[in-house]
Structures are given as structure tokens and as C-alpha cells.
Ligand binder design. Structure first.
Ligand code: PMP
Length: 324
């Protein structure tokens, strides 16, 4: 009896030592992602912001979605530039230089031992009082999350997705325009809800003149008679980085690519249509409001652009290496 008790105690002791050993702790931490918050790297379960942060109370802040492919953070500089441009429009002073911000992004990826990731970088107005006056918020909060993102089920890229023009108008350029990548995404969320209700994969918003603006987090492109067309940002669309990549690839492949207004009829009668976005990448749209686009399959120009895109995102010259 005493022998068994001793044995059990010894076993308990060994187990405790094992659990408390730093190597095991490291292993557990390795599995829990670290999030950068205001200069600290916190385990995901402890990464929290104040309920008085105006990012939460008012959607007051700016953000970027960035991707890393095989050790390359694609177009990191361009994303950082856009973040600071957005911040300057809403008069938010980011407490880090662009260089320090880039270093923090890379360091967060390194601490999480990631080579492929979706990076969500946000800067909120910071903690204030319950009124909305941003002057009360003295210290903006910087958060960097490096994780994964999945927008559509597998096979969506090969088959294409179904989109829907919704009643929610894109916020105009003289309102909370998506030209500024702010934390205020209610416009997109309302649009997404409509697509969800209708059982469609994505929503497309029109501007107040009835022209196509963009998706909920994607720019829209159509292909007509070999010409690639995307709406101008005067429709309230974001100056998408993937949009720019797609335009450049199109030109490299000797296609004509232009910015021009697109009407719903242009979209319904397009030969091809696709979305671009950091999270979405390039994804074919094969149906809009039940009108079949082209022959209902991803078109040849879209597929060609998708192939080139797969190559360019892994090119170290197109981004910043995580591990030098
Ligand atoms: N429009 C909106 C509203 C978005 O949120 C996004 C995603 N950032 C895009 C377009 C696509 O932009 P990008 O290619 O820079 O990710």
C-alpha cells in the first residue's frame, strides 16, 4: 500500500517537473500565436485591448491586410505606405516610423516561425473616454496579428464564385470612403449580409450613380473583347494593391487594362469577371445576380492572370524577406 502511494507521488512529481520545464512551456507557446500589441508580443489568449479603445467604440482607426508567401511579405512597403496614407487622412499619428513598423511585422512573423501567413496590421485611435472626440485619445494602439485567412471553400478558384449586386451603396468619396482603409467596415458587412441571405458567395456594391464600385473587400474587374476594365476609385473603391498588381501583370502580358466606369449591364454581359484582394487573391466570378458570365467558367484571361499572380507573389523582388 505504502509502496503504491510512494510510486504515485513520484509519478506526480515527475509529471509536474515535466509540465513546468521550460522546454515544454516553449513548445506550448510555439503553438499559441504571438500577437504584437503596443510593442509587446502577447500569446493570442492574452492579447487584449481596452473596451475604451476608440477602435472598438467607434471603428476609429486604420488597418492593412497583408500576405506572406514562402518567406516573402508581398508588397510590404506598399501596404505600409497605404496604412500611413490612410492614417494621415483621419489625422491619426502612428507612434512608429514606417521602418519600425516594417520591422515589427517581420519580427512578429519570425517569433511565430511563419513563412506563409495572412497579416492583419491595425492602428486604433487608442483609449479615450466615451465621447467620440479623438483628441481624448493620446496613444494609438498598434496591433499585428499573423495568422491564416480562408474566405471561400476549396475549389472556389477553379470553379469561380457567384456574386450579387446588393442594395447597399458604397459609401461615397465624401463620406467614409473605402479609399481610406479605416476600421469602419459596416458598409461592407451590410453588403455581405445581403449576399449571405441570398446564398451567394460575395456581394458587389454600386456607387450612388449606379456604377460598379467594388466587393466587400475586393476590387472588381471585367474582361470585354480582350480588354480588362476596373472601376476608378472615384466610385469609392479602395486603391487595391492586388488591383495594381493585376493591372501591371495585364500590361506585361500585353493586354489592354484600363480604369473606367462599369454599369451593371457591362458586368452582366462581360466575357469574364474577377475579384482581386490580398485575402481573396485573384478569384474568378462566374455568375452575378443569376446572370452567367461568359460561359460560366473562369475565363482564359483571368486564368492567365491567376497563373502569373502565383509566381509574382513569391518573388523576393516583389516584397521583403522575413528571414535574411
Ligand atoms: N476593397 C476593400 C474595401 C478592401 O477591404 C480590400 C482589401 N484590402 C480590397 C478592396 C482589396 O485591396 P488589396 O488588394 O490591397 O488587398
Amino acid at each position: 500500500m505504502i509502496k503504491t502511494a510512494n510510486l504515485l507521488q513520484k509519478l506526480y512529481q515527475t509529471l509536474n517537473e515535466y509540465i513546468n520545464s521550460s522546454s515544454l512551456e516553449d513548445k506550448l507557446l510555439e503553438r499559441e500565436l504571438l500577437i504584437y500589441i503596443g510593442g509587446e508580443y502577447c500569446p493570442k489568449s492574452e492579447a487584449k485591448v481596452s473596451v475604451y479603445d476608440h477602435g472598438l467604440l467607434y471603428g476609429d482607426g486604420v488597418f492593412e491586410g497583408i500576405r506572406a508567401y514562402d518567406g516573402v511579405v508581398f508588397r510590404l512597403k506598399e501596404h505600409i505606405d497605404r496604412l500611413y496614407r490612410s492614417a494621415s487622412v483621419i489625422m491619426l499619428k502612428i507612434p512608429l516610423t514606417k521602418e519600425a513598423m516594417m520591422k515589427a511585422v517581420l519580427e512578429t512573423l519570425r517569433r511565430n516561425k511563419l513563412r506563409d501567413a495572412y497579416i492583419r496590421l491595425l492602428v486604433t485611435r487608442g483609449v479615450g473616454d466615451l465621447g467620440l472626440d479623438p483628441r481624448k485619445c493620446q496613444n494609438p494602439t498598434v496591433v499585428i496579428i499573423t495568422d491564416v485567412i480562408r474566405l471561400h471553400s476549396g475549389g472556389a478558384k477553379e470553379k469561380g464564385i457567384k456574386a450579387m449586386l446588393v442594395w447597399v451603396k458604397r459609401d461615397p468619396v465624401d463620406a467614409t470612403s473605402h479609399e481610406v482603409k479605416s476600421l469602419n467596415y459596416m458598409n461592407s458587412i451590410l453588403a455581405k449580409i445581403e449576399a449571405n441571405i441570398a446564398g451567394m458567395d460575395e456581394a458587389i456594391c454600386l456607387d450612388k450613380n449606379g456604377h460598379i464600385s467594388e466587393g466587400v473587400a475586393e476590387n472588381v474587374f471585367i474582361v470585354k473583347k480582350g480588354k480588362i476594365i476596373t472601376p476608378p476609385t472615384s466610385t469609392g473603391a479602395l486603391v487595391g494593391i492586388t488591383r495594381d498588381v493585376a493591372m501591371n501583370l495585364a500590361k506585361k502580358l500585353n493586354y489592354t487594362a484600363v480604369e473606367s466606369n462599369i454599369t451593371p449591364t457591362d458586368l452582366f454581359t462581360a466575357d469574364e469577371a474577377f475579384f482581386t484582394g490580398t485575402a481573396a487573391e485573384i478569384i474568378p466570378v462566374v455568375e452575378v445576380n443569376r446572370r452567367v458570365i461568359g460561359d460560366g467558367k473562369p475565363g482564359p484571361i483571368t486564368r492567365r492572370l491567376m497563373q502569373e499572380f502565383e509566381k509574382v507573389v513569391r518573388d523576393p523582388k516583389e516584397g521583403v524577406l522575413i528571414y535574411q
